[in-house]
Write a protein that binds this ligand. Structure first.
Ligand SMILES: [Zn+2]
Length: 199
């Protein structure tokens, strides 16, 4: 059974995870959230980089149970079987390119969100089905996006940063400055500010 997460529950989950890892992420100055560090040191989940598809269409996979994952070998030009342990987040290696850092950070946060709230869901689906986040449905995807955004752009600190900038800048400039501050895309910040109800 898939639990339905209310927006407030999503905010609380994100807030608690960040607070338990490092309180200053919630209470200190607005800053970039060290998402990979949070995944590895707070949740004990391993992050590995592989070519997850031939063309780079799959950005990330969360592994809930020991699985064999097809990964693309660019030298042999074919898919190979790769073993991944439960508690692994696989990220497409092409996201390590410098200009993809924001996409990489959002993918990491999205996959961490699956790990945080969708373990039961994936473990309960058909035994023969693969137990990874790449088989997500629309609802789990939407939830992972919301929780991912709440982790990268925590409610309270985002609100403070917004209030500080509001008297000085126009909306567009505020969004782009805040996107830079949190190292997320302008689009992700805009959606987040709308979700919170600030714009
Ligand atoms: Zn997903």
């Amino acid at each position: 059974m898939l639990k339905n997460y209310k927006p407030k529950a999503i905010e609380t989950l994100a807030q608690n995870a960040l607070k338990h890892y490092k309180e200053e992420l919630i209470c200190g100055e607005p800053c970039e959230i060290p998402i990979e560090e949070l995944i590895e040191f707070h949740f004990g989940v391993i992050v590995q980089y592989r070519n997850l598809s031939k063309k780079g269409t799959i950005h990330g996979i969360t592994v809930f149970e020991d699985s064999i994952i097809p990964v693309y070998d660019t030298q042999l030009k074919r898919y190979e079987a790769s073993f991944a342990k439960s508690g692994t987040i696989l990220i497409d290696s092409r996201l390590l390119a410098e200009n993809k850092v924001k996409r990489l950070r959002f993918t990491l946060a999205h996959e961490l969100a699956h790990w945080m709230i969708h373990q039961d869901y994936y473990k309960e689906i058909d035994e023969l089905a693969s137990k990874t986040s790449s088989d997500s449905d629309i609802r789990t995807e939407r939830e992972a996006d919301s929780l991912g955004a709440a982790l990268l752009m925590p409610y309270g600190r985002v609100k403070v940063a917004f209030c500080r900038l509001k008297p000085k800048l126009r909306q567009e400039a505020i969004i782009s400055q805040m996107a830079q501050l949190y190292n997320v895309s302008v689009q992700a910040m805009e959606i987040r500010l709308k979700t919170i109800g600030l714009i």
